[in-house]
Design a protein around this ligand. Structure first.
Ligand SMILES: Cc1cc2nc3c(=O)[nH]c(=O)nc-3n(C[C@H](O)[C@H](O)[C@H](O)COP(=O)(O)O)c2cc1C
Length: 222
């Protein structure tokens, strides 16, 4: 495996380069992020769409060397703590669970996802990588940062410029950075031009990364 990690997705159809080249690393360049770069990520998130424009996302952010960074780090799972200190910035995402009328906003997590999608696209455009983490002690994080009762903490995110070396990771995590370990479901497994259909009957040759665009189009058009 090479020292400098770079991955490009084996897409079956053409997609935007920022989507094709994005991945979630566990190593980062030592170059710090400027506040302007960070603000442009949040600005991209700010312009995400949301149900009734309620913008339920809330972000806590900390820069390495500062107290907020250490407080976010202390809320991560042991596994995530084993690599996340490579990142020059850590975020914690929360969302407001209720609408302005006090009713449950069951689209809030969806909208936080759209926010993070915008942040992710803007970051990739700037050569900045994100690694989102569900491995967070949510209750601890909620208390630590004084989130009110009707908020949930959703994820933490490690952020930094792409880079770093495989040696920056504990030995047992290095293999996971190998591009060969990146797979995706086929479109037929999650898109349906009609009723939902569990377990599409794909030949093994049609599964995984080996099937050609022609094979897929044949299957889709059948
Ligand atoms: C909501 C969410 C939670 C995740 N939680 C973790 C986590 O706790 N630890 C971790 O190492 N990776 C975590 N990941 C990263 C995923 O494993 C990764 O996105 C997935 O394997 C696809 O890889 P890619 O982002 O490089 O395409 C998380 C990703 C998302 C979107």
């Amino acid at each position: 495996m090479k020292n400098t990690i770079a991955k490009e997705n084996d897409t079956k159809f053409e997609i935007l380069p920022i989507l094709k080249e994005r991945y979630s690393p566990r190593t980062f360049s030592k170059t710090p992020l400027s506040e302007v770069e960070l603000r442009s990520l949040f600005e991209a998130g700010r312009w995400a769409s949301s149900s009734y424009n309620q913008q339920p996302w809330r972000i806590i952010w900390g820069i390495k060397g500062n107290k907020t960074y250490d407080r976010i780090f202390s809320c991560l799972s042991e596994f995530n703590q084993s690599w996340a200190s490579n990142a020059p910035v850590l975020l914690l995402n929360g969302f407001k669970k209720t609408t302005d009328k006090g009713e449950e906003n069951f689209l809030a997590l969806h909208d936080l996802g759209l926010f993070m999608g915008n942040v992710s696209a803007q970051a990739q455009h700037l050569g900045i990588a994100l690694h989102q983490m569900a491995g967070v002690n949510f209750e601890k994080a909620k208390k630590e940062f004084n989130f009110p009762k009707d908020y949930h903490v959703a994820t933490a995110v490690a952020i930094g410029h792409y880079g770093g070396n495989i040696e920056d990771l504990p030995k047992d995590l290095r293999d996971q950075e190998d591009p060969i370990n990146r797979t995706r479901m086929m479109q037929q497994e999650f898109t349906f031009n009609g009723d939902y259909f569990n377990e599409p009957e794909l030949d093994s040759s049609e599964r995984g990364l080996n099937s050609s665009k022609e094979q897929i189009m044949k299957k889709i058009n059948n």
